[in-house]
Design a protein around this ligand. Structure first.
Ligand SMILES: *[C@@H]1O[C@H](CO)[C@@H](O)[C@H](O)[C@H]1NC(C)=O
Ligand SMILES: *[C@@H]1O[C@H](CO)[C@@H](O)[C@H](O)[C@H]1NC(C)=O
Ligand SMILES: *[C@@H]1O[C@H](CO)[C@@H](O)[C@H](O)[C@H]1NC(C)=O
Length: 501
């Protein structure tokens, strides 16, 4: 239930996604750079090369296939274009992990691709395609309608080389040869770690470059495990004589990481004035308040201390019934513009999703991306992947344990949260950040929540110590880069340059 909620919430925000304020950069009929033929012939002529060429020397008409002698089961198919951003080189393709094929978009930094950090972005769900983030939130171009995109001046590739990865297999353009699927984050993390190792070892100009893993929503579950897998994998990589991946930080936007703090926080969002005036009526709030201790105790004993699948589901369903359903039934923000809390919406209500799917099904777009013509219709959400993760109760794991382990090893952690989000709200994230047990906890909890500003205006509240930063973003919902693009870019820029907010 919660997982479906996350997907739906993600979809709802898309409906209100800000996609109107940018100037047009490219359209299908206007290749952006003289001399480039980004929309032309894309025959899949694979050229196997052991010595990786520089990225920029890759062909724009064909896929180049790369492999590494130390990683014989892995390969890269990659193709250059100016897709989405006239001003930089763009690369699309697949990282092939045996029979699994993860599709990616990679955009060079608009500032200095040869020196800027690398950011990896994934959307959540589970089952949400990262194309959603690219085309509706932080990518170099934002979807204008079902056939055109617009230049995004607030794209995160202003300051970083940015990846958008469709993961796990079964999501977006990513696929598996024999229909294999992934149903846990632990399993997904192995493919991501392989992906990252292959990328940095193929493209020597990026070797040693700082890597930041970013994402939102279910990314709060994904990213800590992906980072841990990449970190632990470094030992094996070094044993093979290869350079380790320079994992620098993770950046979680509106993450659902720790259900033990998140679920009780729905009460705060619904029944107190932490962000907006109480949404639910007094009688309902009193019922929720009375039921909360039982919900928390039951979850603790059946889901968190140990996991008993059957009892945990019963506990979850009790909590959903008493804490979450009243809000969902009340309709959240959909019911009233005075209550800017996100809510749920059915998939078919997602206008942007259908435009995005139409755009990514255009033969001309697919040609530029290098999608095999036999690949079926594009879908921005895989409900099959979502259900598979749900069946494993993947979201129940106390993922904050990975965050503390990463912090102990010097991997910085940014938790930024749109203050108006309900589903992975700031109250739950703040409680988790304060409760996390690690050697920096004492210093972190002593910091006051202070305002951070952009252009002289208060953008939100923040607390930071020893590599952990918590920040709210005022006026933003579940998808901060879509709601507050300028503030979101500023946040990322300060984080990457290791300034305080
Ligand atoms: C999409 O936007 C482009 C650029 O503004 C415009 O030329 C085109 O007619 C629009 N297409 C649709 C289907 O609205
Ligand atoms: C990792 O990246 C940081 C930040 O750019 C840099 O200072 C450091 O030297 C890099 N480490 C390695 C081993 O390349
Ligand atoms: C793909 O979408 C088109 C247009 O909506 C539809 O006619 C077709 O049946 C779909 N194909 C599959 C395999 O779902």
């Amino acid at each position: 239930m919660l997982l479906k909620l996350s997907v739906c919430s993600l979809l709802l925000t898309l409906v209100t996604g800000r996609i109107s304020q940018f100037s047009v950069c490219i359209s299908l009929t206007e290749p952006c750079t003289a001399g480039e033929t980004p929309w032309n012939d894309v025959a899949h002529v694979d050229a196997a090369v052991a010595e990786a060429p520089a990225l920029s020397s890759l062909a724009s008409s064909d896929f180049t296939t790369l492999w590494h002698p130390e990683l014989p089961r892995y390969g890269v198919r990659i193709k250059k274009s100016h897709f989405c951003d006239c001003s930089v080189n763009a690369y699309t393709g697949y990282i092939d992990v045996e029979a699994r094929h993860l599709f990616f978009y990679f955009f060079e930094s608009r500032r200095d691709p040869s020196a800027d950090d690398v950011v990896f972005w994934t959307n959540g769900g589970p089952g949400g395609a990262s194309s959603l983030g690219l085309f509706t939130e932080l990518g170099p171009c934002i979807l204008e309608n079902s056939t055109a995109t617009k230049y995004n001046p607030y794209s995160w590739n202003e300051y970083a080389n940015v990846f958008f990865i469709e993961q796990p297999v079964g999501v977006g353009f990513s696929y598996a040869d024999h229909g294999e699927s992934v149903d846990t984050t632990e399993e997904a993390a192995k493919d991501i770690a392989a992906f990252v190792a292959i990328f940095f070892n193929h493209f020597t100009e990026y070797k040693g470059r700082a890597l930041h893993l970013a994402g939102e929503s279910y990314g709060g579950r994904y990213l800590p495990l992906f980072a841990a897998e990449i970190y632990d994998q470094n030992t094996k990589i070094e044993a093979l004589g290869m350079d380790p991946v320079n994992l620098s930080s993770i950046m979680i936007g509106n993450g659902c990481t720790d259900q033990s703090t998140m679920i009780p926080s729905y009460y705060d969002m619904e029944c107190t004035g932490v962000t907006v005036d109480p949404v639910l009526d007094i009688g309902t709030c009193v019922s929720i308040k009375r039921a909360l201790p039982r919900c928390k105790k039951w979850l603790e004993s059946e889901c968190f201390t140990r996991l008993d699948g059957i009892n945990c589901r019963a506990a979850l369903s009790f909590c959903e019934e008493v804490v979450m359903s009243p809000f969902m039934e009340a309709g959240g923000s959909a019911a009233s513009p005075r209550r800017p809390l996100i809510s749920i919406a059915p998939h078919d209500a997602c206008m942007v999703c259908s435009s995005l799917e139409a755009y990514l099904n255009l033969p001309a777009v697919r040609q530029v991306l290098g999608i095999d013509p036999s690949f079926g219709n594009y879908s921005s959400v895989s409900m099959a992947v979502n259900s598979a993760f749900e069946a494993k109760l993947d979201h129940i794991f106390p993922t904050q344990l990975y965050l503390t382990a990463l912090l102990e090893r010097g991997v910085r952690v940014l938790l930024y949260v749109g203050a108006n989000d309900w589903v992975c709200n700031w109250v739950g994230n703040e409680r988790m950040s304060l409760a996390m047990q690690w050697t920096g906890q004492g210093e972190f909890v002593q910091q006051p929540l202070a305002e951070w500003t952009v252009g002289g205006r208060v953008a939100g509240l923040t607390r930071s110590a020893k590599g952990l930063t918590f920040a709210t973003v005022y006026g933003a919902g579940h998808m901060v880069p879509a709601d507050k693009p300028a503030e979101s870019l500023e946040l990322v820029s300060r984080w990457l340059s290791r300034q305080g907010l």
